[in-house]
Design a protein around this ligand. Structure first.
Ligand code: SAH
Length: 236
């Protein structure tokens, strides 16, 4: 057993999320390939069966408590080993996921996971700030989601250009959520968005987790996102 199935099922039950038939087997297969690949490639520091169940899988699927509509088009920006995107797709194969990461080896891993699990999604190795300027990506997603990639003001510039008007960027944050939010109001306004709400997520490991929903209410000016160096040097 590479992940603690009972623990995952109890977490999803507390969140009122339905786990479809076959999903637990897919999570097990994902945990197995993640654990195996992690021996030869740095994918995750969390490798124990309880940790994978809670800190990776339950944490990732917590986004579904926000009520994501059938068939929604979602970009997972800086997906790494596939979080939150792969668990979202296992729970909801109706979703149209696009996995983006700047490291080609991470995207190779995502492709092998999708293949192993028999799931379909689009994958791109590239930098978010470059892809966001391409026509087929720009303002074309219902949601952008991201976990553990950058601080919220920086991440907003990377993610909001992907989101269409009326859609949302969902940022997964921990204890620093409020602090990062306080520094991001300007970025939301400049990028054509506004804070919609913050949801507290409580999992059995006791760590603080927040989902920050930022609604795209307008259009993002063509000059964003800037080059990464500029984004870091002069955050909005
Ligand atoms: N979301 C995953 C991985 C977080 S690590 C998780 O929560 O476990 C951050 C990942 O973001 C790395 O895989 C890194 O390659 C990717 N990344 C960092 N900056 C990026 C950028 N500008 N565009 C695309 N991917 C980026």
């Amino acid at each position: 057993m590479f992940f603690n199935r009972e623990l995952f099922l109890s977490e999803t039950e507390k969140m009122n999320l339905a786990v479809p038939d076959g999903a637990a087997d897919r999570f097990e297969a994902y945990a197995r390939v993640l654990t195996e690949k992690n021996k030869v490639m740095n994918l995750t520091a969390v490798t124990d069966a309880d940790g994978i169940a809670v800190k990776h899988f339950a944490d990732s699927v917590s986004i579904l408590t926000l009520g994501i509509p059938q068939g929604a088009k979602i970009a997972d920006i800086g997906t790494g080993a596939g979080f939150p995107g792969i668990p979202l797709l296992i729970m909801r194969p109706d979703l149209k996921l696009t996995f983006i990461d700047s490291t080609a080896k991470k995207i190779d891993f995502i492709n092998s996971v999708l293949n192993e699990l028999g799931l379909e999604a689009e994958t791109y190795a590239g930098r978010a700030e470059a892809l966001a300027r391409e026509r087929n990506f720009r303002e074309s997603f219902d949601y952008a989601v991201s976990r553990a990639v950058a601080s919220l003001n920086v991440l907003s510039e990377l993610c909001l250009p992907f989101v269409k008007r009326g859609g949302a960027f969902i940022s997964m944050k921990g204890a620093k959520a409020e602090e990062e939010l306080a520094d991001s109001g300007n970025a939301f306004a400049i990028l054509g968005a506004m804070l919609e709400g913050i949801a507290d997520i409580s999992l059995s490991d006791g760590f603080e987790r927040k989902l920050i929903a930022i609604r795209k209410t307008g259009e993002t000016d063509k000059k964003y996102p800037r080059q990464y160096g500029q984004i870091l040097k002069r955050p909005l």
